[in-house]
Design a protein around this ligand. Structure first.
Ligand SMILES: Cc1cc2nc3c(=O)[nH]c(=O)nc-3n(C[C@H](O)[C@H](O)[C@H](O)COP(=O)(O)OP(=O)(O)OC[C@H]3O[C@@H](n4cnc5c(N)ncnc54)[C@H](O)[C@@H]3O)c2cc1C
Length: 398
């Protein structure tokens, strides 16, 4: 079965950003016939700041993509400055798990690099395709997706596995009826804008009462300036000000006065964007013929800036599991149950820290949690660096 709008593959991945393109790339490198569809076009942006933690950088390195990300102009970040209680401590990023830098590439570039890597590995990348339904066989197993392209033509894609990498509001999760296995309070707001015209020496963090703000240096000499607060605080400030920009300025002034002072000399190059009431939730990771990865399966407050790193880790866990199922190396329920179990175990510690940070405890407790976060990230980076790289042999000969 193969026509312009009807095809059949080993795997169809819905959503082509950090989770979806990474999963598609790895499965294609493992020799499978993969198609990834996204309703968006690439390059395009999405609402997200984009600092990648050491563990995420380890994944880019292992997958052979770190140089491409750095070559895109994302500066290698080697210094982190932590400001709290009037004190400022700068540290050079140590060499651990094979990396001595972090990076904060703009999403329109990072996501395009990943989709390009998926295509180079042999995956078919189809943008402008919106999935609206799943196909099921007589026993209820998911065996494909349906939807439409931008011209309104119907698209039907059959597959042995359907992967939902379609973000927080995952349509695939809704269509397959994925259960919400954990839901914690959803209280945090994260807002950001880009600034140019002044130098940035690395990542900066500012801890304040009920706030966390900072700087992620990115392409073209610009920096993403962000502020996280309880949503109630963000809403209250917005109500008392005339615009989103004014509200952002006021929140920053309250959270990080030295940073607010510095960016008065900079030029804002974007609108203020962000999200209120970010959920903290974990969905069932798989069922007959389907699996979820990235934000579709697990969402956490942006206060730990860890979603991209989570997506990279889980893309690999899922690709390995689906590969085993497709090859018959493991019974499929066993393979996919191992994916869900490994995902849930790997995310647990940082999820706990995220939920506690997103409750904005007093500053000393907040700082202690940040130390725990840093140790947990290093532990995860070391664990990832020790894993065999899926499809490495194919990568080496590509
Ligand atoms: C304000 C904010 C700041 C953040 N800051 C950071 C940070 O600094 N560092 C970090 O690591 N993480 C950060 N995150 C989290 C990070 O953005 C996410 O974890 C990450 O984007 C998840 O990637 P994903 O591929 O799972 O989903 P997404 O990036 O949401 O991509 C999903 C894709 O699916 C497509 N799609 C959706 N529905 C359909 C459909 N029906 N048919 C076809 N395609 C569909 C969409 O078009 C989209 O391209 C932040 C998030 C927010 C909201």
């Amino acid at each position: 079965m193969q026509s312009a709008n009807r095809s059949r593959h080993d795997v169809v991945v819905v959503g082509g950003r950090v989770a979806g393109s990474a999963t598609a790339m790895l499965l294609a490198r493992l020799g499978h016939d993969v198609v990834v569809v996204d309703q968006a076009s690439l390059p395009s942006d999405t609402v997200s700041t984009h600092s990648i933690a050491r563990s995420g950088v380890v994944q880019l390195l292992r997958w052979g993509l770190l140089d491409e990300v750095l070559d895109s102009g994302a500066p290698a970040i080697r210094q982190v400055t932590f400001n709290a209680d009037g004190a400022s401590i700068s540290r050079t990023i140590k060499q651990k798990a094979g990396v001595d830098l972090v990076v904060a590439p703009r999403r329109y570039l990072l996501d395009t690099i990943l989709a390009g890597a998926a295509a180079r590995a042999g995956a078919q990348v189809r943008t402008g395709v919106t999935v609206t339904g799943v196909q099921r066989d007589g026993r209820g197993r998911v065996v494909g997706v349906s939807g439409q392209d931008r011209a309104g033509a119907r698209v039907e894609i059959g597959a042995r596995w359907v992967v939902g990498a379609d973000g927080l509001g995952s349509r695939v999760a809704g269509l397959v009826g994925a259960a919400l296995n954990q839901a914690r309070p959803a209280g945090g707001a994260a807002q950001y804008a880009y600034y140019a015209g002044i130098p940035w020496s690395g990542i900066e963090f500012f801890v304040g009462a009920r706030s966390f703000a900072g700087v992620f240096p990115t392409h073209h000499g610009q920096a993403c300036i962000w502020v996280c607060t309880p949503s109630a605080d963000a809403k209250a400030v917005r109500r008392s000000t005339g615009s989103r920009v004014e509200a952002f300025d006021q929140l920053l002034e309250r959270s990080a006065p030295p940073l607010a002072e510095r960016i008065r000399r900079a030029r804002r190059t974007s609108p203020v964007q962000g999200m209120l009431r970010q959920p903290n939730q974990l969905r069932q990771g798989f069922g007959p013929g389907w699996a979820l990865v990235g934000d579709a399966g697990y969402y956490r407050d942006a206060i730990t800036a860890y979603g991209i790193s989570d997506a990279f880790r889980d893309a690999e866990l899922l690709a390995v599991a689906v590969d085993q199922a497709l090859r018959g190396d493991a019974e499929e329920t066993t393979a996919l149950a191992a994916y869900q179990q490994q995902r849930d175990q790997a995310l647990r510690e940082i999820f706990e820290i995220t939920c506690r940070l997103a409750a904005y405890p007093p500053v000393p407790a907040f700082i202690e949690l940040q130390k725990q976060l840093s140790a947990a990230i290093d532990k995860q980076a070391a664990a990832l660096a020790a894993r065999p790289v899926p499809g490495e042999r194919l990568l080496a000969t590509a």
